[in-house]
Design a protein around this ligand. Structure first.
Ligand code: 6R9
Length: 635
């Protein structure tokens, strides 16, 4: 079993060990896994190129560490409790043994199809157990999975299929989320009409509705796996072989295919899961994240399953059929650890406490949050009412790129402070650097959050674009990883994340690049140009505010144009990227050299026009007055 820290003294001791001698520290953690062949070097790295290699020379398969290593002790134990969208539908369960067979059967079917180590597979599925099976089946045979969140549009899916060079897509006929039905297969068909290379589409029948099936290309899941053996020897992987690609937004238009490794990611996801949540064998753990995001990868699938955990996987949305659904699920499965997002907490909070009445939440031991800063109100509400003041709340800071939690309390061990991610986990060395590249030492300082030394779970590259990887994370400041977040270290040495310092906005915990949204808006035939910034939003954390230059709004009037801009963004990216506010302006504030002054637009969208700062480099100051007068929020 993985080392678990139990006391604050123990934490400081482990932390010190991990910084004084990181190699011994991580080698010790890696000992708990089954390696076909032991590594030769714990870590080899330099952040210039960058080149990061963990457990080099080691051979393994992550699924052998989920299954073979543990089946004799907990093969009959539940791995997945699956809760359907509709509470009246039948739930499903898998033991580790059953999951193992299902994974093997799919793995063999993929092999039969000609998929092998190093091939990429796109997964565009709803939150059903088969989604987890799909990931693990890929991992079993060394295929690199790339999950695309099932809320993304056909165009966004096509972009990812093209970039990942996938030959095979796994999807479903439909997905259910609350009272909404998503026609996933139709979206896949549309995506495939816009990209090349996909030879096979496997369709899981969630709803058994009629879908169009292209002969020779499309096959139903049941048929695809029929007659495949449920016995499949795992493919041997090098530690540094890619396990998966997951796309995330950056500050420029194109999403980045973040690549994670097999060995390091395994060690890091399992170690952080056990420690942050203080998972004990037999506990029931519930993470509300969709597997389409990194949280679902690391803390619904890999971290928990590597620890032999019992997980609850929920198909639907937190407010369906009403705002008590989360509490019903916790009571039904007697959940011990509950990991969710501030936006979900805020939305449940806003619906009132009556949904908590008579719910049995006594099983809860730990509550975790992730995705964005948690405001104090939400923190106190979840702590007092959901956790009944008995559960530590762990505010976990991390990123798609970091692979696992970086700065977070260890539940019940680290004293918490509302809205603080508190202290770094062992092995993580945060540094704060100002915009001039000067490290801010000591406490009560603020600046850009960077990390000094590699950790096993960190991303290794951007798929097919290592130069962008270097530029984004390693070029701004020398010899550190640059996270893109601002941070404050308070007088106690506690870390408080302040939000992104680049052009990324965080809507309901989901990262969206402003450039990506602008590109989508600019595709509208009547739009000349646009600038998108974040604005405060009570539930989503940040909303999307678009300033749009659109000289001819005649057809359908201004409202008509706004509606069609929203539809365009929906089609290009997906519903999460739809602007909350669209302000039509005659011009954008620009510098003499033609740069849009986003700083000013941000202030206006934040309702803070009184402190615009220096506007002397503006080409035309009048445009600011016009924008302030037409602002859609109070300024
Ligand atoms: C895991 C995940 C990463 C960005 C990150 C930061 C924000 C995540 C946070 C947080 C404050 C927390 N973020 N956790 N901000 N407190 N506890 O969310 O990955 O989707 O890649 O987003 O989310 O801005 O840089 P990802």
């Amino acid at each position: 079993m993985i080392n678990k820290i139990n006391t604050l003294g123990g934490y400081f001791h482990e932390y010190q060990k991990s910084t004084l001698d990181p190699e011994s520290f991580w080698a010790q953690q890696a000992e708990f896994f089954f390696w076909r062949k032991r590594w030769q070097h714990v870590v080899q790295w330099e952040f210039k190129t960058p080149s990061i290699r963990w457990f080099d020379g080691g051979k393994l398969n992550i699924t052998e560490n989920i299954f073979e290593k543990n089946l004799y002790t907990h093969g009959d134990q539940t791995a997945i409790f699956w809760e359907p969208n509709d509470p009246n539908d039948a739930p499903r369960q898998y033991t580790y043994q059953e999951l193992f067979h299902a994974v093997n059967q799919m793995a063999n079917s993929l092999k039969r199809e000609g998929i092998s180590k190093g091939d990429t597979v796109i997964i565009y599925m709803p939150m059903v157990p088969e989604l987890t099976i799909a990931l693990l089946a890929c991992a079993r045979i060394g295929a690199i999975h790339s999950v695309v969140f099932a809320g993304f549009s056909a165009q966004a899916l096509a972009d990812r299929i093209t970039n990942a060079e996938a030959r095979l897509v796994l999807t479903a006929d439909q997905g259910y989320r609350g009272n909404k039905v998503t026609p996933l297969k139709t979206v896949v068909d549309e995506a495939l009409s816009q990209c090349q290379g996909v030879e096979r589409v496997v369709v899981y029948q969630r709803a058994y509705v009629d879908v169009s099936m292209t002969p020779g290309r499309d096959v139903f899941w049941q048929e695809f796996i029929s007659n495949a053996s449920d016995d499949c020897v795992a493919t041997e992987m090098d530690s540094e072989d890619p396990l998966f690609i997951l796309y995330t937004s950056g500050s420029t238009g194109q999403p980045k295919g973040i690549v994670h490794s097999s060995g390091g990611y395994m060690v890091y996801s399992a170690y952080t899961f056990r420690n942050v949540f203080q998972y004990n064998n037999g506990d029931v753990y519930f993470c509300t994240a969709d597997i389409g995001w990194i949280t679902g990868h690391t803390y619904l699938v890999y971290g928990p399953l590597l620890n032999g955990a019992k997980i609850v996987m929920y198909e639907g949305v937190p407010t369906w059929p009403d705002a008590g659904r989360m509490w019903d699920i916790i009571a039904k499965y007697q959940v011990n650890q509950f990991y969710t997002a501030p936006t979900i907490i805020r939305s449940l909070l806003s619906m009132g406490n009556e949904y908590l009445l008579d719910k049995d939440l006594d099983s809860l031991k730990v509550i975790g949050t992730v995705g964005e800063p948690i405001n104090e109100d939400a923190w106190h509400w979840v702590h007092d009412h959901v956790g009944q003041s008995q559960c530590p709340v762990v505010d976990t800071w991390w990123q798609t790129e970091t692979g696992g939690v970086m700065i977070s309390p260890i539940a019940g061990v680290t004293p918490t402070k509302p809205s603080f991610a508190t202290l770094p986990l062992p092995g993580i060395q945060p540094v704060i650097i100002d915009n001039d590249g000067v490290e801010q030492t000591g406490n009560s300082v603020e600046g850009n959050l960077c990390i000094r030394y590699p950790w096993p779970g960190m991303a290794r590259t951007i798929w097919r674009d290592h130069e962008r990887f270097r530029q984004t994370y390693f070029a701004n400041y020398e010899n550190v990883y640059f996270a893109g977040d601002g941070v404050r270290r308070d007088e106690d040495g506690y870390y408080r994340i302040l939000g992104r310092v680049d052009d990324v906005i965080n809507v309901s915990g989901h990262r969206l690049g402003t450039a990506e949204i602008e590109n989508a808006i600019n595709e509208h035939p009547l739009v000349n140009e646009s600038a998108v910034v974040g604005c405060p939003h009570a539930i989503k954390g940040q909303g999307i505010y678009a300033f749009v230059v659109c000289p001819q709004t005649s057809t359908g009037g201004e409202e008509g144009v706004k509606l069609s801009i929203k539809q365009g963004v929906n089609k290009r990216i997906g519903p999460i990227a739809k602007p909350d506010y669209i302000q039509i302006v005659s011009n954008l504030p620009k510098t003499r050299s033609g740069k849009i002054m986003r700083r000013i637009l941000r202030k206006i969208a934040e309702g803070d026009a009184s402190s615009l700062g220096d506007t002397s480099t503006l080409l035309d100051e009048q445009v600011i007055d016009e924008i302030i007068q037409g602002a859609l929020v109070e300024v």
